[in-house]
Design a binder for this molecule. Structure first.
Ligand SMILES: [Zn+2]
Length: 341
C-alpha cells in the first residue's frame, strides 16, 4: 500500500514539470491529500497486513496449541509460540523474553488444566492486558487422582475429537480478535477439522488391528488417558503421574515392573519430552521390550521430524503403538485439501 502510494507520487512529480501553475497547485493539494491518507493508514492497525506490526499479536504456550493456531490463523496473525518442540510444559520456567511476549500479546492461547503451571502463573500476573483463553479447558476433562485429590487431566489433545473442539474455540477467539478475517479463519478451521475427523477414524481403525489382550499402554508419565479412552486401549501403568515433576521411588519402579509382567504387555514406551533412563530401567526389570520409537506426549516434534505437527504427532504415535503392540501398521492418507506439513 505504502509503496503504491510513493509510486503514484512519483508519477505526479513527472506530470507537474509539464503542467501549468494551476495544475501544479492541484498536484500539491493531491500530494497533501495523499500524505494525509497515508498517515491515516499508519494509524489504522491491520490496514497493511504485509507489515507484521499491523497484524494481531497472538501468543500460544504449548506447541500443540501453537500448531493448531498457526493453521487456523494463517498469514492473518502474527503468532509466537513460547514453548519450543520437545520442551516439557509441566516443568517449564518462563524467561524474561516470555514475559515481554505475553505483555505485548493481543490474545494469549494456553492449554490450561494446569498443564503449564509456570506460564499460567505468569499469564495471570499483573501487567498482562491481552485477552486470555484456556483452549484445552473447552474439553470436559477426565479426572485423575493426585495426593488424594481429584484434578482435571490436562492432556486433552490425546483424543482427536477434543482437538476439533479446540480448533473451533481457536477459530472463534481469532474471529473476535479480528472480525475482518472471519472468512479466512472459518475456511482454514473447516479444512483442519475435516482432516482431524479423518485422523480420528484412522486412529480408531489402527488400534483395532492390535490383538485385544495387547491393547495396553505403559508410558513414562500419565499423558495418554484421553487417547486410550477414545481409541480402546487400557493404561496398564505409568511410571509417574500427570506431572513430570515427580521422582519415582525404587518401590514404584519395582511395582510397575511387576504389573507389566502380570499384564503380559508386549512393549512399553518412552516419551520425547522426558529422559528415558528410568523407563529403560523398568523395561529391563520387567523383561519387556521398550518400543524402538518414543511417543510424542506433551509436545510436537522439531521441524522435519515425523511428529512436527499435531496431526503428524498423532499419526507417529499411533504407528509406534500399533507396531510395538502387534497390530498392522498402515499409512494415513492426507486429503488433497490439507498440506502435509
Ligand atoms: Zn504431561
Amino acid at each position: 500500500m505504502v509503496s503504491n502510494m510513493s509510486a503514484r507520487f512519483g508519477q505526479r512529480k513527472t506530470a507537474v514539470q509539464i503542467f501549468s501553475i494551476k495544475s501544479r497547485w492541484l498536484a500539491v493539494v493531491g500530494i497533501f491529500i495523499g500524505i494525509w491518507l497515508g498517515s491515516c493508514e499508519s494509524q489504522t492497525p491491520g490496514s497493511d497486513r504485509t507489515d507484521p506490526r499491523n497484524r494481531p499479536q497472538v501468543v500460544s504456550t504449548s506447541t500443540i496449541i501453537a500448531d493448531l493456531t498457526t493453521q487456523v490463523g494463517g498469514d492473518e496473525i502474527d503468532h509466537t509460540s513460547i514453548l519450543q518442540p520437545g520442551t516439557d510444559p509441566h516443568i517449564y520456567e518462563p524467561t524474561p523474553k516470555d514475559s515481554i511476549a505475553l505483555e505485548q500479546a493481543d490474545l494469549i492461547l494456553y492449554n490450561g488444566y494446569n498443564l503449564e503451571p509456570g506460564l499460567i502463573r505468569l499469564i495471570n500476573a499483573a501487567g498482562i492486558g491481552g485477552k486470555k483463553f484456556a483452549v484445552g479447558e473447552v474439553v470436559t476433562p477426565l479426572d485423575f487422582e493426585y495426593q488424594g485429590q481429584t484434578q482435571p487431566d490436562p492432556h486433552v489433545w490425546g483424543d482427536a475429537k477434543n482437538a476439533i473442539a479446540m480448533v473451533e474455540a481457536i477459530r472463534d477467539r481469532l474471529i473476535e480478535l479480528s472480525p475482518e478475517d472471519e472468512a479466512e479463519f472459518t475456511a482454514n478451521a473447516a479444512q483442519l477439522i475435516e482432516e482431524l475427523r479423518r485422523l480420528d477414524t484412522w486412529i480408531a481403525e489402527q488400534i483395532q488391528t492390535i490383538p485385544e489382550t495387547q491393547r495396553q499402554l505403559v508410558t513414562t508419565h500419565d499423558a495418554f488417558q484421553y487417547y486410550a479412552n477414545a481409541y480402546g486401549l487400557e493404561v496398564t501403568g505409568t511410571l509417574i503421574g500427570i506431572s513430570t515433576e515427580e521422582q519415582p521411588s525404587a518401590q514404584t519402579v519395582k511395582n510397575l515392573a511387576d504389573a507389566i509382567r502380570k499384564a503380559n504387555v508386549p512393549a512399553i514406551f518412552a516419551e520425547t519430552t522426558i529422559n528415558p533412563q528410568l523407563i529403560e530401567t523398568v523395561a529391563a526389570e520387567a523383561g519387556v521390550k521398550l518400543a524402538p520409537r518414543e511417543l510424542y506426549s506433551d509436545s510436537i516434534g522439531a521441524p522435519g521430524s515425523e511428529g512436527d505437527s499435531y496431526i503428524n504427532m498423532m499419526i507417529a504415535n499411533t504407528r509406534t503403538i500399533v507396531e510395538a503392540l502387534g497390530g498392522q501398521d498402515r499409512d494415513f492418507e492426507f486429503s488433497n485439501s490439507v498440506k502435509d506439513n
